[in-house]
Design a protein around this ligand. Sequence first.
Ligand code: CP
Length: 324
Amino acid sequence: MTASQDTAPSRPFPHRHLLGIEGLTPDEIGLLLDQAEASVAQNRQVDKKRSDLRGLTQINLFFEESTRTRTSFELAGKRLGADVINMSVATSSIKKGETLIDTAMTLNAMNPDLLVVRHPHSGAVELLSQKVACAVINAGDGSHEHPTQALLDALTIRRRKGRLSGLLVAICGDILHSRVARSNIHLLNTMGARVRLVAPPTLLPASVERLGVEVHHDMRRGLADCDIVMMLRLQSERMHGAFVPSIREYFHFWGLDYDKLASARPDALIMHPGPMNRGVEIDSAVADDIDRSVIREQVEMGVAVRMACIEILTARLRHPERVS
Ligand code: CP
């Protein structure tokens, strides 16, 4: 294990938990992104491990499926030297009827330093955070927020474009059910980007005009002059009823292919939080275009961003003298 580097955040972060992007200031978002930037090079080395979090315990508690978020939180904690426990909901006492709150209080009794929680219900992670003594990170709650996804998207954009402010970002597809869209809208608006939502009316929330975005119901017009094209999956697990006539028709009107992409700027980046449904919201060739698509880079930045969130939320334990 590499000796502990002094990776203490450059300034205090005034929140005990990271439950959402809404309410964070540009300076707080900038702090998280700068801290993440510092881990990108480390994650490309052979020796990726530090000892900063030695002695601290992180529990990952996922009530919903995940590949990227769960794995990257596990890697992030381990690369920082924490003891990381992945609690499997499928084999836990939740299956015997134990409630979310009783589960949280049971885990709390084991004195963890950090809980990372994904839950299918909006607000469940915040409720849980009120019952425990440690820091809590929201790894996605229902259709509410997915803050670390928005941060990793922002880091990817900032590294490629050199800034967030002034960029025109189109978020396309199933906005209604998307926590990724909600967190990205908050982050991009806070950081001075312009956001366009491009979707059929059935896949937009009722109060969309209050989000501070432009809305388009035509893909080519919505993508015109965009710097970033962010595609979203149709989230059928959160749909009750039919929101689109057929997959074939959805791809025809709303799937990203080269023809529709031609409306965006020639240097526009293609993004997708994953998991992708090829041939539904995105054409395979576009998704794999090494000159335009940064989808794999988003996954890489996910580890650095989650390391930053863990470091910043545990800083008060590791550097109590620096907390005002
Ligand atoms: N983007 C995202 O949250 O992916 P997972 O569901 O695989 O974690």
